[in-house]
Ligand binder design. Structure first.
Ligand code: URA
Length: 267
């Protein structure tokens, strides 16, 4: 579509959208930009001829996902420390999300802390900063932790917390990660937990519960200790949910007290 805007007008309009809080440029109709690159005349010339008869069906995507899950499992297993794991994940090419993200978001806080928190995936602010939980939900998370005497980088190591996500790249428009995306990242997440070796794991919302416990239904699961990855796990409602539903903070407070009590069981 032709636009009547010149360069300066377009820039001013874009700045105005950012001022209003727009974080994504999304059209009414989806465009497969990776596909577009393939469709250029040069790319078409390079492409091998199609087989005469192509069979209908789900196509190569699920097969590619299996391949990538196997690759993720091998890479994760080979990582002997958190630094090596971060490098292995950063180099992993299985997720298309990587191409659209500004930053790789690995973790924040204190590795080796007694408590590890897992969220879903970076949002716009996390993508910009390269750190997990630094937007509004993250600020609420920090206040929740402070209420029971914990902090990402607490000077008293016994009160420190380590934070990460199931996905290290932001899904466009903050959409929920697909089962395939989660399947590819779970081997890395499991290794991440093993290397960070927390006493207690907190899963924020349905996505980490689905990824590690194989079930969702956070409103039923929250507040009940369960076991995964060889340690106690507390599912909690996500801080973003608490921002939208302030009445649920009461239950979240009860869950925080549960965690505090669990940490007091072992000095
Ligand atoms: N929500 C998450 O689940 N993780 C983040 O890092 C930020 C928001």
């Amino acid at each position: 579509m032709e636009s009547s805007l010149d360069w300066h007008g377009a820039k001013a309009l874009l700045e105005w959208y950012v001022e209003l809080g727009a974080v994504d440029a999304v059209g009414d109709v989806p465009i497969d930009r990776y596909g577009l690159a393939e469709a250029t005349p040069a790319a078409q010339k390079r492409r091998a001829p199609e087989p005469a008869a192509t069979s209908p069906g789900p196509g190569p995507v699920p097969v590619a996902a299996y391949h990538h899950v196997a690759e993720a499992t091998a890479l994760a297993g080979a990582a002997q420390d958190l630094e090596a794991l971060a490098e292995a994940m950063r180099g992993f090419e299985g997720l298309e999300l990587k191409k659209g993200a500004r930053n790789f978001v690995f973790a924040d806080g204190t590795p080796g802390a007694r408590v590890m928190i897992l969220g879903e995936a970076p949002g716009a602010e996390e993508d910009r900063m390269g750190l997990p939980f630094v937007g509004r939900a993250g600020q609420l998370l920090d206040r929740m932790l402070a209420a029971i005497g914990l902090a990402r980088n607490h000077p008293d190591a016994t009160r420190a917390v380590y934070i990460s996500n199931i996905l290290p790249w932001r899904p466009p428009g903050n959409r929920t990660p697909t089962p395939q995306e989660m399947a590819m990242m779970v081997p890395f997440v499991r290794r991440h937990i093993a290397l960070a070796d927390p006493e207690v794991l907190i899963l924020m919302g349905n996505t980490p519960c689905g990824a590690l416990l194989g079930r969702a239904g956070i409103l039923r699961m929250r507040g009940n200790w369960t076991q995964a990855e060889g340690r106690p796990v507390m599912p909690m409602t996500h801080p973003a949910y608490l921002l939208r539903n302030p009445a649920a903070k009461r239950e979240a407070w009860a869950d925080l007290l549960e965690i505090q009590a669990k940490l007091k069981e072992t000095p």
